[in-house]
Ligand binder design. Structure first.
Ligand code: UD1
Ligand code: MG
Length: 461
């Protein structure tokens, strides 16, 4: 059987109240259309026609540049619907490109939670129309499936056109359907726009099939959560929680401890080793690799990073595009910025910001520091409030600190500057020149004290 898929993605998504085309709104950090394409690829179709219209350029550019699928150029055929006259009209635009002997599977671009097994079950060969349906506790907004006294599907009525008794029907249309291309090509020109929306409804082909005696099979969705269509930001939030619950469920089944799956967000690809614990309100973005025995504290954001074995990330930390070695302790309230590489057993404490720096094994930056464009050796201690002054207003300059150095609290290292192995910088120093190995550098202004001193303007003292 040759299977051609049509994805409807031309609608403007008026109910989203957004300039972004609806199918590009993110679910788990990726456009919903990416998720649908992933699922479609799993059933290995021969062709995928994507009908675009509203925001066409944006949608095409996004898929061509950001969707990772192999061979997508040969698989995807872009179809333009210049005016959005309804879902039936959208499918009609794809017909000229479709082989009449194919089985056509139609999907809404705004239904990204469908599973491959479900759409495979709908995609049946032969002269039938197969329709995925779902019994929803709250079917409002959806097309309702009307059946005759024998239980046969006879037509679909859209919510806007439904009578009160039809609105009480809970069986709904998902718009996931398959049929033979030749039938589809015959039925679509028969549609009209005599309805509440003045649109050509795809759903009216059900009645066409019934008129011609083509069997219509209703296939119940295995899980009503899959068929969540996204028409509004409320729907998007609901779909996001369904998606996140799925991801959290998968990770927990692999052994990850997630303290509250409703407060866990993975917007990308998260890989976990064994015995990891994820506390509440953790957001992971992009490719995040978390090795064995890592504990991630609450309210933490980790983006495109690798966290080594046995690390503890304390609460309220942000780690972005960094590589963290084994047994490091980071936070609470730490910020690790892009291009940072931490060795093993590094300690980054509260209110410390590290940017584009390498910090060697066992070194500590425990409190209130800024480390930028720096290379720090191993076993070095950076005291509280140390600042690497890397920016002169025009250029960024590097700071190099050797092994087993000690930088006293409140010091400023004016880059470019090199501090040798074993060097000590006295607290409160402003270091403008290189400091050799095992040297002590101090640049404090000598303290002056005046005994028995009182301010002149304090009367009566
Ligand atoms: C549609 C179905 C409804 C079903 C629901 C399931 C119709 C008439 N109604 O309603 O029975 O219960 O899906 O989620 O089909 N689109 C185009 N061109 C257009 C109009 C829409 O490509 O001219 C695309 C949209 O981008 C969207 C999809 O078709 O991806 C569905 O359109 P939408 O307006 O969301 O239809 P629903 O009101 O959800
Ligand atoms: Mg919809």
């Amino acid at each position: 059987m040759t299977v051609e898929v049509i994805i409807l993605a031309a609608g403007m998504g008026k109910r989203m109240h957004s300039t972004l085309p609806k199918v590009l709104h993110p679910l788990g950090g990726r456009p919903m259309l990416h998720h649908l394409l992933d699922t479609v690829h799993r059933i290995r179709p021969d062709r995928v026609h994507i009908v675009v219209g509203h925001g066409k350029g944006h949608v095409i550019e996004n898929i061509e540049n950001e969707y990772p699928g192999d061979k997508k150029e040969s698989l995807i055929n872009w179809v333009e619907q210049t005016e959005q006259k309804g879902t039936g009209h959208a499918v009609l635009q794809a017909i000229p490109a479709i082989d009449r002997s194919s089985t056509v599977l139609i999907l809404n671009g705004d239904t990204p939670l469908l599973e491959a097994e479900t759409i495979r079950a709908v995609c049946r060969p032969g002269n039938t129309l197969n329709l995925l349906t779902a019994n929803l506790p709250d079917p409002s907004g959806m097309g309702r499936v009307l059946r005759d006294g024998d239980g046969n599907i006879i037509r679909i009525v859209e919510h806007k056109d439904a009578s009160e008794s039809e609105k009480s029907i809970s069986e709904t249309n998902t718009n996931c359907m398959s049929t033979g291309a030749a039938c589809l090509a015959d039925w679509l020109p028969l549609l009209d726009d005599q309805n509440a929306s003045k649109e050509f409804y795809l759903t009216d082909i059900i009645a066409c099939a019934v008129n011609e005696g083509v069997p219509v099979h209703g296939i119940p969705a295995p899980d009503i959560l899959e068929i969540q269509g996204i028409n509004s930001k409320n729907d998007l939030e609901r779909a996001e929680r369904i998606y996140q619950a799925r991801l959290a469920g998968k990770l927990m089944s692999q052994g990850v401890t997630i303290m509250d799956s409703s407060r866990f967000d993975l917007r990308g690809d998260g890989q976990f080793g064994s015995d990891c614990i994820v506390d509440v309100n953790v957001v992971l973005e992009g490719k995040v690799v978390v090795r064995d025995g890592v504990r991630i504290g609450p309210n933490t954001v980790i983006r495109h990073s690798t966290i080594g074995d046995g690390c503890v990330i304390e609460a309220n930390s942000v780690i972005d595009s960094a590589t963290v070695g084994k047994k490091c302790v980071i936070g609470p309230f730490a910020r690790i910025r892009p291009d940072t590489v931490l060795g093993d057993r590094v300690r980054i404490g509260n209110f410390v910001e590290v940017k584009k720096s390498r910090i060697g094994d066992g070194s500590k930056v425990s409190h209130l520091s800024y480390i930028g464009d720096s290379e720090i050796g191993s076993g070095t201690n950076i005291g509280a409030g140390v600042v690497t002054c890397n920016y002169d207003g025009t250029h960024k300059h590097p700071t190099t600190i050797g092994n087993h150095a000690f930088i006293g609290s409140g010091s400023q290292l004016i880059a470019p500057v090199i501090i040798g192995d074993g060097a000590t910088i006295g607290a409160g120093s402003t270091i403008t020149r290189n400091v050799g190995e095992d040297s002590l550098a101090l640049s404090r202004v000598p303290q002056r004290s005046k005994e028995q001193w009182k301010p002149h303007n304090k009367k009566g003292q």
